[in-house]
Design a protein around this ligand. Sequence first.
Ligand SMILES: C[S@@+](CC[C@H](N)C(=O)[O-])C[C@H]1O[C@@H](n2cnc3c(N)ncnc32)[C@H](O)[C@@H]1O
Length: 222
Amino acid sequence: MQLEVVNTNDGSTTLLNKELNATYHSKFGAVEESKHIYINHGLVPSMSYFGNSINIIEIGFGTGLNALLTLQEATLQKLNIHYYAIEKNPVPKELYKKLNYSSFVKTLEEDQFERIMASEWEEQITLNPFFKISKLQKDIHDLPTLPQAHLIYYDAFAPAAAPDMWQKPVFDKLYNVLPQKGSIITYCAKGEVKRTLKQTGFIVEALPGPSGKREITRAIKP
Ligand SMILES: C[S@@+](CC[C@H](N)C(=O)[O-])C[C@H]1O[C@@H](n2cnc3c(N)ncnc32)[C@H](O)[C@@H]1O
């Protein structure tokens, strides 16, 4: 994996995968994008439907930014989150050490990003009374079963770089772990992806995107 740290427009860093020529977040602002999509349009609406106890699966854990922002929200709102993070190729320590996300979560103790990233794979770790994390180093295609979840953060590389991640067999797997009104939230608004989600059985909604992106997608299990 050839990875390089790059800056984005809101001052937060992200990674560039040079082989795929794909960044882990939007160049318009990594933190802004993650907050807008996964917290404001994912976690917040799920809380208003399911209440304070929410299981989240993230597909493509990467830099841990979505987990960190979720930990922050869980701590502020006194939630009860179990976060399952699935990642095929964990980001090496020498690279995640260079990411500046701690300075964007001032309400948390400074070591929380490091604690998320350094926590053991395949173990359940309690970071505080409001947030536990289970990081699974797995290829989504090789996982016969997934934990039950109310909400899925779908943050794979874009369809052009990783077409295998946006096919019906993967979405079928996700559909099966969600309850009624459970949802997938993703930055991807490609027509073909939305059609595949509909074929899987989801109700698909277009929502306003963060800077530099017109729309994002939420898929709800009816
Ligand atoms: C867009 S990046 C992740 C962004 C991440 N959520 C973050 O905040 O940094 C996509 C991630 O999916 C991971 N990935 C790619 N193929 C995968 C697979 N088959 N199963 C699980 N993870 C995969 C990549 O290694 C990468 O970390």
